[in-house]
Write a protein that binds this ligand. Structure first.
Ligand code: ADP
Ligand code: MG
Length: 393
């Protein structure tokens, strides 16, 4: 029996745990939060800080392989843990170093000729005002590390916004940033690739993603993009997994626009210009839909890689599926009860799945669960999702 360690005890780790247990593995979690929702899934869990070397070392030494659902751990520390314990980290700390820092990530894209939006590295405080020499308004500022779900991002429309932004910082509390051109997004999509120890890759179907307030709202399949664009996205995602030498999962997020860039010369595919937005070397929120819409989920694929079992090309089931996130706002609008009132679900057989993560406290924008709708008819999967969401508020 193999023991797989998961850094992070949230929902991604929890669903990965289900897939690993189906394959007879023992799962251990590590998380600083004693109320981590996935701790109840396994009797083996470590509560410790992300910089507690000794505790992490004990955790690593008890596992055959360690993976992560959470990216903001020092890769220097992870490298020393792998060296000291000889327990492999999958995907490697090397891949994580590039993907956890937006500056490294954007430079990796540029150096390897992947399509990327125009950007400018704000390495120190004085560089903030230099941004306008490289990008015209509007642009987006993002912290190089630590951001998620739109946290650590600022939309800068004009000089006034930029001055206001700069005034929040001094030389002492400055953190490195990246400025990105604002893309006139037609749609967003993601592609998950699984790659095994021998370098074999399989690719999930393309997911179409809709965000609200920088947070994923809906993921739908099958993608409505032309086949030529979908193939382009898959080729990029596979090449990126190979270049980053990822073993495990790599999610690539894309921006798709019909607007030709003022900064770069890029060929369109069927009238669409494609940019890589960012990578996540782990299961991804958009990939939840694979649990219902595919014969193999993202978690199953990752579990197979971790256990060194054969991978198969994932296939979509027929029909139309929509995954919607359930944010803490639904709980708050129902009076912040500990349980969500799902009584409207009984009239909605198109909602084929509701998953609740078991988080103790509902907060605005906190991902508390998700649901999946299904229809045989294109468009009705999204209408059903919207009706369900309306019934919860
Ligand atoms: P996070 O790590 O929070 O997911 P992202 O960089 O993916 O950060 O940004 C979250 C969302 O914000 C994106 O999915 C997109 O909707 C919007 N966004 C981010 N960067 C840009 C950009 N350069 N142009 C237009 N929209 C953007
Ligand atoms: Mg993102």
């Amino acid at each position: 029996m193999k023991t797989i360690g998961i850094l992070g005890g949230g929902q991604l780790g929890g669903m990965l745990c289900e897939s690993l247990m189906k394959l007879g593995a023992r799962v251990m979690f590590y998380d600083p939060d004693p109320h981590s929702p996935s701790f109840f899934r396994s009797p083996y869990h470590y509560q410790g800080e992300w910089n507690d070397f000794n505790k992490l070392k004990e955790f690593f030494s008890k596992c055959d392989v360690v993976t992560y659902e959470f990216e903001n751990v020092s890769t220097e520390l992870l490298n020393s843990l792998v060296q000291e314990t000889s327990t492999p980290l999958i995907p490697s700390a090397h891949a994580l170093t590039t993907t956890q820092n937006r500056i490294y990530e954007k430079n990796f894209l540029k150096e390897n000729q992947f399509p990327v939006c125009a950007f400018f590295e704000i390495k120190n405080y004085e560089y903030i005002s230099l941004t306008t020499k490289h990008l015209s308004f509007p642009f987006i500022l993002k912290t190089a590390t630590g951001g998620y779900d739109g946290k650590g991002q600022w939309f800068i429309a004009d000089h006034n916004d930029l001055n206001k932004f700069a005034n929040q910082f001094t030389k002492d509390n400055f953190v490195p940033l990246i400025a990105e051109e604002k893309i006139d997004i037609e749609c967003e999509a993601s592609c998950i690739v699984a790659r095994d120890f021998n370098g074999n890759t399989v690719c999930f179907p393309i997911f179409d993603n809709v965000h609200a307030h920088h947070i994923l709202k809906h993921t739908t399949v099958p993608s409505q993009l032309p086949d030529s664009v979908q193939n382009e996205l898959k080729n990029i995602a596979i090449k990126a997994a190979e270049k980053l030498n990822v073993v495990g999962l790599l999610t690539t997020e894309f921006f798709i626009t019909k607007q030709k860039s003022n900064y770069t010369h890029q060929n369109s595919v069927n009238g669409f210009y494609v940019y890589v937005n960012e990578f996540a070397p782990r299961p991804h929120n958009s990939g939840h839909i694979t649990r219902n819409a595919c014969n193999l989920s993202q978690f199953d694929a990752h579990a197979r890689v971790l256990l060194n079992l054969p991978l198969h090309q994932p296939k979509l089931h027929p029909g139309y599926y929509c995954m919607g996130n359930l944010l803490g706002d639904c709980w708050i609008s129902q009076g912040n009860k500990s349980e969500l009132n799902l009584s409207s679900w009984q009239h909605q057989p198109e909602i084929i799945d509701v998953i609740l993560y078991g988080k103790l406290e509902a907060k605005t924008n906190r991902k508390m669960g998700h649901f999946v709708s299904y229809s045989q008819n294109n468009g009705e999967h999204i209408l059903a999702a919207e009706r369900f969401e309306k019934g919860l508020n």
